[in-house]
Design a protein around this ligand. Structure first.
Ligand SMILES: [Zn+2]
Length: 212
């Protein structure tokens, strides 16, 4: 039986690492594994990347653009697999950036075509609102799994709570207004323009950051 599992967590909770682990496991069990991510995430271009233990990157099969049909893209890749796999699985990283329609296509891939789907992403933005794709994933997946991680405490090292919310910093200063999507530039070379980074905080630390 195919399944549709949505894995979520705050930024830095190891979602991409988990996606890589699942990809490896499925391939060992003779699934034809197809990997994609949204082009909205421009880090690592056509690869997925985790910062765990330095930097690990893996190639993906396609970028799922906002106008793309996920079902067509999966079938196009599946036709090129040699030998053709008896069972297919789709891994989607940075799944907060897919559209609600694509989340519905994931459901259809599972139910109509027997493709197991595993999505990995954050759920809410820096203002604690759902990304539209993330909301639809939660509504449609068989299960949503929360990956725990530790709060990157407002006062560093003084909090051991679970991280729940994502905060945005511009040049190191917390900000609570702006566009829903701005790509994390952690580790990027310094430039003239303001640098956007994120920190994952617990509720209490998010509140302190708001007051700061
Ligand atoms: Zn905290």
């Amino acid at each position: 039986m195919a399944e549709f599992i949505n894995t979520v967590g705050a930024m830095g909770s190891g979602k991409t690492l988990e996606a890589m682990r699942m990809r490896y496991n499925l391939a060992r069990r003779h699934f034809g594994v197809i990997a994609c991510k949204s082009p909205v995430d421009t880090k690592a271009e056509t690869r997925i990347e985790t910062r765990f233990k330095g930097r690990i990157q893996e190639d993906i099969d396609f970028l799922l653009g906002p106008d793309d049909d996920a079902i067509e893209r999966v079938h196009a890749v599946a036709a090129s697999l040699h030998p053709q796999a008896p069972r297919l699985a789709l891994i989607c990283d940075e799944s907060q950036f897919i559209t609600p329609q694509q989340a519905a296509q994931f459901r259809e891939l599972t139910d109509e075509y027997g493709v197991s789907v595993y999505s990995y992403g954050i759920e809410t933005d820096f203002q604690r609102h759902f990304f539209p794709g993330s909301q639809r994933l939660r509504e449609l997946a068989d299960d949503t799994i929360w990956l725990p991680s530790v709060c990157d405490g407002y006062q560093l090292g003084e909090c051991g709570n679970q991280a729940r919310f994502n905060t945005r910093l511009i040049n190191g200063i917390f900000t609570f207004v702006g566009e829903q999507t701005a790509i994390d530039e952690e580790g990027s070379a310094a430039t003239e323009r303001p640098l956007t980074t994120y920190r994952a905080l617990c509720g209490a630390c998010y509140h302190l950051a708001e007051l700061s």
